[in-house]
Write a protein that binds this ligand. Sequence first.
Ligand SMILES: *Cc1c(COP(=O)(O)O)cnc(C)c1O
Length: 376
Amino acid sequence: MSVTDTATARLVIDLNALAENYRHLQSLSAPAQCAAVVKANAYGLGAVPVAETLAGLGCSVFFVATPEEGRALRKTLPKVQIYVLDGLFPGTAAFYGAHDLRPVLGSAAEIAEWQAYCQASDSAPPAALHLDTGMNRLGMGEAELATLTETDPLWHEKLSLSLIMSHLACADEPSHPLNETQRQRFAAMRQKLPASLAEKPASLANSAGIFLGAAYHYDLVRPGIALYGGRATQDKPPLAPVAHLFSRILQIRKIPDGETVGYGAAHRLVRPRRIATVPVGYADGYFRALGASDRKTGAHAIIGGYRAPLVGRVSMDLITLDVTHIPETVAFRGAQVELLGAHVPLAHLADRAGTIDYEILTALGARYQRSYRHGL
Ligand SMILES: *Cc1c(COP(=O)(O)O)cnc(C)c1O
């Protein structure tokens, strides 16, 4: 840490770990092709460095959520395929065309708009078709597809579809019956597509879907969270941690028993304690729910190999840790505190905050000093 470092904390993204995770998912999914989902700024870790790293490993298909995310990625990677998962935003077809973005078409209205664009521009840029097999959020259901085929039997001839996809709702629960139901519906709906589409490349699996086995892989898999070291399913350990968050102790205070710590006087000390204050808070994505009034349900950080439990409430910009049991030569003003990483897994923070790994990553704050490294 440099002497002029004024950041609240350092967020270190380990691109070697990311690469290792990609190769692992690729080998699990082969012979299917392994794409990468880099929506929401690559789950908060930085879409550009993440996508550049993965493209360097041969990843040639990327998924973003929105057209703006697609445009930003296109500037960095002129050659790769970029699909926009949220579909065709109303009135934006020319934007997709201009930036070589492939909409994931999910309704008759989106298809009509894309057809009109193809016709007007006398071109047929590639797009994906999203079939809804049970998520009921985006995509064409069986009935909608049947209606479209009835009203316009040649609808697909005015388009160039490069991918037929669907999305699993419960893949993180491997034994959930909806997984198999969705797989069967996907197969059945593909069968009913016009003959020229039934053979198009297909994609069903997110990270968790990859772990459901080869029957779910089809031609292309679409991992997100597993690439970034988050848990894909409840029964599998996560891959290598990619995000590491370190801060420093600002102050250490000796506080007598009977006193309380922090807002709401929520934590009362029954014994005298040494309390360390660290400059990270809920405004940085360190969730307020992490501050529990007892040690069993609250989060901890790591200082020099010692566990330091969070005490009192999480403030906007600060947290307080109990360092009474840690030697003063280890826990001192300026000492490094690991808040997330190899010794404080994403799963720990997610479980203690009552949320999922995805939300911890995507909430990582804007005040952190970010750096990208090859290994820690
Ligand atoms: C976000 C998303 C993914 C990636 O999901 P993970 O669970 O992070 O692997 C794949 N497909 C679609 C349609 C998505 O929205």
